[in-house]
Structures are given as structure tokens and as C-alpha cells.
Design a protein around this ligand. Structure first.
Ligand code: NAP
Length: 294
């Protein structure tokens, strides 16, 4: 079997265009322009690149982008003071504090300080708890993107056997909750799971969020299954250059799966598109307007 490639780049571009249409509608009909504040502390190269892409996407969607750069040496008190100021700013509907934070900062304290209604990363315990309780919530962007991609292949996930590899608060746990809300039968696995390949082979839908390059082999995959690869791993390539690979061995998976996401160009682009979705959703909720059509 040769798997269909799930084109995350194209699906994300379509989603961003729909967000932009919602932003225009909100602005003309209600005079609301959604605003996203992104806070970057320190000089992490990957974070700088992520933050740049987020600001670009925000502006392209017609939203206001507020960029806050703080030095590596920023104190906990100063960072918390900025979050407090953004919580109170009516032009800001979404707040994202880019992780990782400098070592002197307690990241959980900072995430806990974000107003849950503006928590577009969905990492605040209130949003995590609401998601786990089946209540409306701002949901972490990468898991939201994973489920959207899976639904391009299977409009209904009800009754499917889903296996998630990884139990992080950022990906594994929230994607599990979202799949459960879609009525999939979900197994969550981690580094202590026994016979992981055997568990994975049961899956109609396999989500890999591990952080181990190409760990999932072709013979872990049930023929015809849908595979969502969240991993982003930089490995040595040819000519001394590096290249990006996922947590799934793509060449092997494409011979067995029914559909698979590539890395890059799969889940990655959906993460930023879903951040745009969350910002519009937050803006509507804060303005007391019905939820947008994205
Ligand atoms: P994480 O916090 O390090 O969590 C990794 C999870 O994988 C843990 O639950 C860990 O189990 C499990 N794991 C590690 N080794 C394992 C093994 N040998 N067998 C089974 N499970 C194992 O990572 P994360 O933040 O969830 O990220 C996972 C991957 O997704 C990374 O490659 C990251 O770069 C990528 N990512 C991509 C995006 C995107 O936009 N595409 C966004 C976020 C993350 P334990 O809990 O037992 O330790």
C-alpha cells in the first residue's frame, strides 16, 4: 500500500484564510480586531524563529500582533508584571509566552498567571481541566491541529481505535482528551508502556508525540491506519547539513499506512494556524459574541 500524504501545509493555509475571513467579519460587523501578544524571554534561536512566524501569521490574518522581547536575565517579577499588564489590556485577546523560559523563571507560575480567557496556548490548568471535563476550553494548538488533520481523512473518529504515544501536557494528554471527545477509543502510551509496537499495531489512528527520531517503524503500523507524526527532530543529514525528521519512519510508514503526515509539512504548519483559530475564538468569547465559524 502507498499511503496518502496528509498535506498539512495546504490544510493550514486554507484554515488561515478562513480565520482571516472571520477577522474581517468581526472587524466590519462588530468593530473588534483580535490581538495576539507574544512574549519571548531570552535568545533561544528556535524560539526566535517560532515567534517570528507567529507574528507574521497574525498580521497576515488581519489581527494585531504585539511583540514583547525580554532579556535572558529577566526576573520572575518583571515577567509576571508584563503578563498582568497584558491580562488587563483590552486590545489583547490572546497571550502566548514562548517556552522554554530562562532557567531562573518558574514557567508554571508564569503560565498560571495568564488570564484563562486569553490563554491561547491552552496550557493554563483551568483550560486543561475544562478540556478534561468535556467543557468548552481554549485547547493547545498542536493537538487541535492533529485532530483537524485526522478529520480530513476520517470526518468522524467515533469508534476508532486511537493510540497516542507520549503523555506530555503540551501534546499527548490534550490530544487524548480531544480524541475522547470525538468518541474514539483511546490508549495513551509512554516510556514505561510494555510491548509498544504491539499496542501501536492495534491503532486505526496512531499519533506519535515522542521526540525520538523515526522511532515508529513500518511494522508498528496496522495496514491502512492513519498516522499523525507530531515529532520534530533535527538529525545529521548529508554534506554536513542537518535535516528534520519526525517520530515516525516516514519511508516505512508510507508503505503500510493508509494516510500519513510528513515532517516537515504536516502537523507543524497546523500549530500556528490553530493559534490563529484560538485567538479569534478568544476574541469572540471576550467580546461576548458567538463562537466563530473556525
Ligand atoms: P515530551 O514532553 O518530551 O514528551 C515525550 C513523551 O514521549 C513522554 O510522555 C515520554 O514518556 C514519551 N516517550 C519518550 N521516549 C519514549 C519511548 N521510548 N517509548 C514510548 N514513549 C516515550 O515531548 P513533547 O513536548 O510532547 O513533544 C513530542 C515531540 O513533538 C517532540 O519531537 C517535539 O519537538 C514535537 N512537537 C512538535 C510540535 C509541532 O508544532 N509540530 C509541537 C510540540 C511538540 P514519559 O512520560 O514516560 O517520559
Amino acid at each position: 500500500m502507498t499511503a496518502a500524504i496528509i498535506d498539512g501545509k495546504a490544510i493550514a493555509a486554507d484554515l488561515r484564510a478562513r480565520v482571516a475571513a472571520e477577522v474581517r467579519r468581526l472587524s466590519t460587523q462588530h468593530g473588534v480586531t483580535p490581538g495576539l501578544a507574544v512574549v519571548l524571554a531570552g535568545n533561544n534561536e528556535a524560539s526566535e524563529s517560532y515567534v517570528g512566524s507567529k507574528a507574521k501569521a497574525t498580521k497576515e490574518a488581519g489581527m494585531q500582533s504585539f511583540d514583547h522581547r525580554l532579556p535572558e536575565s529577566v526576573s520572575q517579577a518583571d515577567l509576571l508584571a508584563l503578563v498582568k499588564q497584558l491580562n488587563a489590556d483590552p486590545a489583547v485577546h490572546g497571550i502566548l509566552v514562548q517556552l522554554p523560559l530562562p532557567k531562573q523563571i518558574n514557567a508554571q507560575l508564569v503560565l498560571d498567571a495568564i488570564e484563562p480567557a486569553k490563554d491561547v496556548d491552552g496550557f493554563h490548568p483551568v483550560n486543561a481541566g475544562r478540556l478534561a471535563s468535556g467543557l468548552s476550553a481554549l485547547v493547545p494548538c498542536t493537538p487541535l491541529g492533529c485532530v483537524m488533520l485526522a478529520k480530513t481523512v476520517h470526518p468522524s473518529l467515533a469508534g476508532m481505535d486511537a493510540v497516542v504515544i507520549g503523555r506530555s501536557n503540551i501534546v499527548g494528554k490534550p490530544v487524548t482528551q480531544l480524541l475522547l471527545a470525538e468518541n474514539a477509543t483511546v490508549t495513551i502510551t509512554h516510556s514505561k508502556t510494555r510491548d509498544l509496537p504491539v499496542v501501536c499495531r492495534r491503532a486505526d489512528l496512531l499519533v506519535a508525540a515522542i521526540g525520538r527520531p523515526e522511532m515508529v517503524r513500518g511494522d508498528w503500523i496496522k495496514p491502512g491506519a492513519t498516522v499523525i507524526d507530531v515529532g520534530i527532530n533535527r538529525v545529521p543529514g548529508t554534506n554536513g547539513k542537518s535535516r528534520l525528521v519526525g517520530d515516525v519512519n516516514f519511508a516505512e510508514a508510507s508503505q503500510v499506512a493508509g494516510a500519513v503526515t510528513p515532517v516537515p509539512g504536516g502537523v507543524g504548519p497546523m500549530t500556528i494556524a490553530c493559534l490563529m483559530v484560538n485567538t479569534v475564538r478568544a476574541a469572540c468569547a471576550i467580546a461576548g459574541l458567538p463562537a466563530p465559524g473556525v
